[in-house]
Design a protein. Sequence first.
Length: 385
Amino acid sequence: MAKILVGVSGGISAYKACELVRLFVKAEHEVVPLLTPAGEKFVSAQTLNALARRSGSGGPYPHLERADLFVIAPATANTLAKLAGGIADNLVTESALAHRGPLVLAPAMNSRMWASPATQENMRVLRERGAHVVGPEHGELGEGGSGVGRMSEPEAIFECCRQLLAVSDSLAGTRVLISAGGTREPLDSVRFLGNRSSGRMGVALAAEAARRGAEVTLVAANLAVPAPAGIELVEVDSAAALTDAVLGRDADVILMSAAVADYRPAAKESGKRHKNDQNWTVELEPTTDVLLDLGRRRHEGQLLIGFAADEGDQGLERARAKLRAKKVDLIVFNDISRPGIGFDAEENEVVLITESGEVVLSRAPKSEIAAGILDEVERLRGQGA
Ligand code: CTP
């Protein structure tokens, strides 16, 4: 049973949201209906809550609670514009801004509004951020006439949500250890040397592996995004703590997506260092290369995946060399010289490097890239790599 937020904005097709809520309830999901003020003019909160079998009271912020999926049907041009712009001025747009997880949009509007450059640009932005879009369809429109803009039928919207919620068991019984985020190496009691990794890629991998039924442990260093539900979370700060956490555990698949510091200050000052007018020279010493250690001590049947964040064609060459040097099964290369992907970004584009060849996963939200990486992991496991 999943928890689903159903947002309804103000369009004539709002009546179809009742059927959508009914389908979710029939499939034994928990539904929280949310209406915009315009949506309330078309369908009442009482009707939707009755169909969702909710008393309608809940806590003070039922719309901000964690949910597995958020679907907005109908999504009007106005609501889509607000979502693209991050405006949070009603229950639906506020929830959308707070929601972490799949977002499904079922647009519904007049065909000229749909075709307008503003709406199309908003849709491009929302798709790029990972929103799943169902419809709109060509057909009879609310104000008469026909064209593209009619909301998809509740069954089609439900099917899209069902697929997104579907839990596969392709990694059932597999222990997957993922490191994510960026380590911080203390200089004194308040300062550290760090890096720009947000942990998004590792978090997306953890969510996808859990969705495929794996037993997931996420060793997380200073994540800028929330960790997914349903996994074991081990929080660490420095490269040394991450090393202990990773080398102290066994797993069938290890994905080292964390940006682990290669160097740390050789000496940490006790307390806070106070400024003076002299230069401050810091000596750095190398840290343990966790992936290299894992490669040396790997056991039969264990899969090791390394990540290489590097620049340009020479970076790609270095990533290829790492496959052998670190004795790993797969290196995920991303080119950090290109804007908008990789470090601290929502999207990524990677090259999967294995002994048998290379596969390019073209630019997509990190959730899709994570799915592509795990497809490759499953292929390698099938080969008994
Ligand atoms: N890694 C690690 N331990 C470290 C540093 C990196 O396990 N102390 C892992 C990372 O998690 C990543 C891979 O090694 O999977 C990156 O390899 P690395 O050789 O460190 O590459 P970069 O630091 O990206 O590049 P360079 O070789 O240029 O330092």
